[in-house]
Design a protein around this ligand. Structure first.
Ligand code: CA
Length: 355
């Protein structure tokens, strides 16, 4: 009798607690993204993440997304999440190199890790811990938010045959690569994504580096520029989710876990979606605009870019202990993982070249 009573009481209690719990545990997070409304792939990534989080949580976790047209601050995501105006952001760390220079390396480093190596570094090589070390003083958490894969070097209206050809060129290219290009005499600018086409069309800029065929195709650069160069500057660029630490701490453990899984899955989805759509888009660009010519930078130019990169990395490491720790971590990791990439993917592609 006692046992039966106890069972009933326990069951009743559990029912009441969980009912109350459900009522109290609905959370809505506001997310600001750098991208415009309906931004291909990048915007789809945040929507994908929000849908997964809502579905996995049975509707207890909702994420409301504001695009750049709403908040009007495509490069203000770091500040808006930091000061609590938004709970979350989706952006690229290297847009904030003026405020938080050490965050740059978590997007990409020229001549650095390619996408699978970058993910391996984040999740198994200490990258996540270092990223947290950089963002923690600002009351932020950061998570990988999607990889673009190897980025193209950009759209040019003239051939680049020597370092001399780069001098005085007005080009949009952000992050560390922008600094490298400055070293080589390029007049670097970082215009918001929405202004790039017009700037290139009107000659405000001579060249533009955005991402790769998947994301460049909707921008229309192939309609107004002739040469499409392979890259060196963003071998595996990762965008980031930023979360205000207070907003994160308000979430119960299960919703934190759901959010983590949703972000990680959406990031991976972005990587494979970009791979897929780049194949489709490059095929179409070549067909619709047969004048578009694929090029690679000549060895002399690549060597100058590499020298400038090494010089700037050494200077950054010299100036700041944490920068040194991150740069060393990436370089050491690359040294090890690249041996594997070389005898696997690279050897495979080389050995079947021409087929
Ligand atoms: Ca880029």
């Amino acid at each position: 009798m006692m046992t039966r009573l106890f069972r009933i009481t326990a069951a009743t209690l559990l029912f009441s607690v969980s009912s109350l719990g459900v009522a109290a545990e609905n959370h809505t997070l506001r997310l600001a993204q750098t991208w415009g409304p309906n931004a291909p792939i990048l915007g789809e990534t945040t929507e994908n993440m929000a849908e997964m989080a809502e579905e996995m949580s049975g509707g207890r976790l909702k994420i409301r997304i504001d695009s750049a047209n709403k908040h009007k601050a495509p490069f203000g995501i770091f500040d808006m999440v930091r000061n609590g105006q938004y709970d979350m952001g989706h952006t690229a760390s290297y847009y904030y190199k003026g405020t938080i220079p050490n965050a740059m390396y978590f997007t990409t480093t020229p001549f650095g890790l390619i996408a699978p190596e970058m993910y391996a570094w984040f999740y198994h090589g200490g990258g996540m811990e270092l990223m947290q070390k950089v963002y923690e003083p600002y009351g932020l958490l950061s998570f990988p938010g999607g990889n673009t894969g190897n980025q193209m070097g950009g759209w040019f209206n003239k051939e680049i045959n020597s370092v001399e050809d780069l001098k005085g060129l007005k080009m949009r290219t952000p992050g560390f690569a922008g600094e490298v290009m400055s070293e080589l005499g390029v007049a670097v600018t970082n215009l918001p994504p929405g202004e790039l086409y017009t700037a290139l069309e009107r000659g405000t800029i001579d060249a533009v580096e955005w991402v790769g065929p998947a994301l460049d195709f909707p921008m229309g650069f192939h309609q107004i520029a002739k040469y499409y160069y392979s890259g060196w500057q963003e071998p595996g660029a990762e965008v980031q989710f930023l979360i205000n630490e207070k907003s994160w701490n308000k979430l119960p453990k299960d919703l934190q876990a759901i959010l983590r899984v949703a972000m990680r899955t959406a990031a991976y989805d972005m990587y494979i979606q970009t791979t897929h759509e780049s194949g489709v888009a490059w095929d179409r660009m070549k067909e619709d605009y047969p004048n578009v010519t694929h090029k690679t930078f000549p060895p002399e130019v690549i060597e100058a870019m590499r020298d400038a990169t090494d010089k700037l990395l050494a200077e950054a490491a010299e100036k700041d202990d944490l920068a040194e720790e991150i740069i060393d971590s990436q370089l050491d990791y690359l040294k090890q993982v690249r041996q594997w990439t070389n005898i696997s993917d690279k050897a495979y592609l080389n050995s079947i070249a021409g087929e």
